[in-house]
Ligand binder design. Sequence first.
Ligand SMILES: Cc1ncc(C[n+]2csc(CCOP(=O)(O)OP(=O)(O)O)c2C)c(N)n1
Ligand SMILES: [Mg+2]
Length: 332
Amino acid sequence: MTETFTSRPAAGLDDKSLLRAYRTMRTIRDFEERLHDEFATGEIPGFVHLYAGEEASATGVCSNLDDDRDSISSTHRGHGHCIAKGVDVKEMMAEIYGRTTGSCHGKGGSMHIADLSKGMLGANGIVGGGPPLICGTALAAKLRGDGGVGVAFFGDGGSNQGTTLESLNLASVWNLPAVFVAENNGYAEATSAAWSVGGGDIANRAAAFGMPGVIVDGFDFFAVHEAAAQAVERARNGGGPTLIEVKLTRYYGHFEGDQQTYRSTEVAEAREKLDCLKRFRRTVTGSGQLTDGQLDQVDAEVARLIDEAVEEAKAAPQPTRADLDTDVYISY
Ligand SMILES: Cc1ncc(C[n+]2csc(CCOP(=O)(O)OP(=O)(O)O)c2C)c(N)n1
Ligand SMILES: [Mg+2]
């Protein structure tokens, strides 16, 4: 049966870990809200899909992972996953602006940000493209025997792709150290998950593949962190894969420019009543573990970082024609 996780305040995390988690979520939020404004000026090339509202998912999961042995795959909505896995924020911003100082030298843009040194295999324009990659990295970790884990993030839409279902099966039969994180934000573009996801909750599908399936409140950092901690621990110790379904809401449209005629008041309500940053603050100040002053300081530092990231990205050079021939094969 599918288990539902509930929040346990602070979940044994020390002050430093709590501050780090808050900083990560705040950085994702500010990064995305700033991009929302900057995209409207027309200066950013290509498509941008914002992760605001979903911060507790990437942060709660990735706070259980190491840089060197653990890897993640992401989606078209990948900025939050990148930040949570430790990709440099200024390089990310430059990448989105298509500048040579970007994480992929300005040639990938929003949907292809990758940093293998951080175990971030890449955002991915192919819905359902990530899970097969993670079967590969999880198999590699299993062969290395270093306890490494692969985590695939995908959406409710991605959960219906054959690639995802095949990956769940492969991870099961090969007993791979993999964690599958279905971020169910209720929509695939404008299509409601209530209509498109057969069998009710995505986590129910885990039973068919003989792995644990859990449902987590995606507004609750602590619930996500704990569910992921158990799944990662199981994977590291040879217990095989887990499917975690994180229920959340995206605060912006499917892409920047989406008129969102398919929904009305749910975002305002989520921002007001459910927001993961507000909830985190209430929990850690209520328990006396952190003060409002400490969190306000993080807010100020992150605001400065994002200002600098945008300023530096705008001032950085664009790739030249000669750059077309590099980063293709061996100079990658
Ligand atoms: C294989 C494939 N099919 C269709 C698309 C077009 N597409 C891009 S995003 C998207 C919806 C994805 O929804 P979901 O997986 O729920 O992720 P979310 O956008 O909600 O984060 C679709 C259909 C694509 N990029 N790749
Ligand atoms: Mg979705």
